[in-house]
Each structure stands twice: as structure tokens, then as C-alpha cells.
Design a protein around this ligand. Structure first.
Ligand code: FE
Ligand code: FE
Ligand code: ZN
Length: 277
């Protein structure tokens, strides 16, 4: 069974989102916790969340993925920026707990000149304020492309964040195929080696989600430009090998490709027919 969905925007409530995913032949989806630029979160209606939980259970959904606003910077050296990230993330985790089968994905952040080590210390201090053993089980660090001074473009940096966080051994990782390729991990020619490296450095048991994207820019370009499946430098054959790789069995895939709903539906159906498991 291939678990696959795409990024959807929350407009008419949570149950409508589940129905929209079902109409795309998806059995999961990703959504922003609030305006991606970090505005106030909408209240979650209890009846709506309960109905969505029922519908997801009825259709055996894989965990849905709540994505933190991408403008947060937990690694910042500015205490105001860090405290804003901490407030938003703590509030997001409270709302996440109301969804029965959900995970929370965030970007580790950028060190903006202070150095990777100091940036990682800031991220870990923030996580130590907001994580409990329960919530840590549902929180994922995303692999980044390394644009600017982004932290998390190497598996080693993510392992370091986990090592320095109190409940770090419970954290998960979301591998973004566009980002890792742009970061220099050759998932086209050396997928086995990249996954073995992930296993050795982080541990495959921490790999909880994959953002399935093609890339507009080449290997090790350190850019973050998503392309449609098969329309980029990674290519359809490599992405088909990836969804069928035994090391990724059962891991849900989330498309973040530049598509409208029809485009997403076509990609989901194409990947479902390419799945051999
Ligand atoms: Fe992301
Ligand atoms: Fe991503
Ligand atoms: Zn990206």
C-alpha cells in the first residue's frame, strides 16, 4: 500500500480538507498550521475536527502532516525571533494534539552568520522548552537544501540536533527529495548509499515522512526550487525507485510540487500505478 497525498490549503475547515484529499485518491495530506508567513491561527471547531478524525479513520489515512510556518527561525540569535517561533510552535502542538493521527514538520532554521553550532544550540533550547515525551513522538525535522545559512542540509546536523535535545531520540525526520538532492545527496545515482548514510547517521526508524518533489536545480546546487514529478533534475525513474525502495516501506509521501488539484490528482494516480509493493 502506497500512502500518498499532497499539500492542501485549509479554507473550509478540516473535514472539507479530508474530503478534498479523498477526491484526489490520496490517503493523507499536508497543510500549514496557519498562514505560512506566521499569522494568527484560526480556531479549530470541535465538531469539524471530530468529523475529520472519523472520516480519516474510516478511510485508513496515514498520518496527516501539519507544516509549521516556513518563516519561523528557531535557530536565530535574536531572542525575539526565537521566542516568536517558540510561541507559535507550542500553540501549533496544542492544536496538533486534537487531530488523532497527525505529525508536525518544521524547518530547523538559519544561523544567519553566528555559526552552525550556535544555531543548533538555539534550536535545541527551544525544543527543550516545548517538547514532552508525547509530543516529541509527532515532531519532525525537515531536511533542508542549505540555501543561505540553513541548518539541516546534512544528516549530521539533524543528528546533532537530536543528540542535544532532551527527547531528541523520539523526534522524527521528514526527508524532502528536492532539498536533499540540492544539498548534494545523489538520490538519482546512489539512492542505496544515501539511505545507508541516513541509517548510519540518524537511523531509518526516525524517517517518518517524505516530501516527494522533483527539483528545478541540479545536485548540490543548494537552491530550493520544487518541480513537478518527472519535470526536474531528479526525474521520474529515480522517484519511482524511491517510492519502491524497501527501506521506505510504509513511509507516507507528501507532494509539494507546483500543481493545482488536477495536477496533484494526476501525480498521485501516476505514482500509485508505479508502486509495485
Ligand atoms: Fe518544508
Ligand atoms: Fe518540503
Ligand atoms: Zn522546499
Amino acid at each position: 500500500m502506497l500512502h500518498i497525498g499532497c499539500h492542501l490549503s485549509v479554507s473550509k475547515g478540516f473535514t472539507a480538507l479530508v474530503r478534498e484529499a479523498l477526491s484526489l485518491n490520496a490517503d493523507t495530506f499536508q497543510f500549514f498550521s496557519r498562514n505560512p508567513r506566521g499569522g494568527a491561527a484560526k480556531d479549530m471547531d470541535s465538531a469539524d475536527v471530530a468529523a475529520a478524525n472519523d472520516l480519516m479513520a474510516q478511510h485508513a489515512f496515514a498520518p496527516v502532516l501539519m507544516h509549521a510556518p516556513y518563516t519561523l527561525n528557531p535557530a536565530s540569535q535574536d531572542p525575539k525571533i526565537r521566542s516568536f517561533a517558540q510561541t507559535v510552535m507550542a500553540d501549533d502542538l496544542t492544536r496538533l494534539a486534537r487531530i488523532n493521527n497527525a505529525m508536525y514538520n518544521f524547518h530547523p532554521g538559519s544561523h544567519v552568520g553566528q555559526g552552525v553550532g550556535a544555531g543548533i544550540s538555539n534550536i535545541c533550547a527551544l525544543l527543550n522548552h516545548i517538547l514532552t515525551p508525547d509530543s516529541a513522538d509527532h515532531v519532525l525535522l525537515e531536511t533542508m537544501s542549505g540555501k543561505g545559512s540553513e541548518i539541516g542540509a546534512t544528516f549530521g546536523e539533524l543528528a546533532e540536533i537530536m543528540a542535544q535535545t532532551t527527547f531528541g531520540d523520539r523526534l522524527g525526520v521528514c526527508l524532502d527529495t528536492c532539498h536533499v538532492y540540492a544539498a548534494g545527496y545523489d538520490i538519482v545515482s546512489c539512492l542505496d548509499k544515501v539511505l545507508a548514510d541516513f541509517d548510519k547517521t540518524i537511523g531509518l526508524k526516525h524517517l517518518k515522512a517524505v516530501h516527494l518533489n522533483d527539483s528545478m536545480t541540479p545536485l548540490a546546487s543548494h537552491k530550493d526550487r520544487h518541480a513537478k514529478i518527472g519535470a526536474g533534475t531528479i526525474g521520474l525513474a529515480a522517484l519511482e525507485r524511491l517510492i519502491n525502495h524497501p527501506a521506505l516501506k510504509g513511509v507516507p509521501f507528501y507532494l509539494e510540487t507546483p500543481n493545482d488539484l488536477t495536477g496533484y490528482k494526476n501525480e498521485i494516480n501516476m505514482l500509485r500505478s508505479a508502486f509495485k509493493g
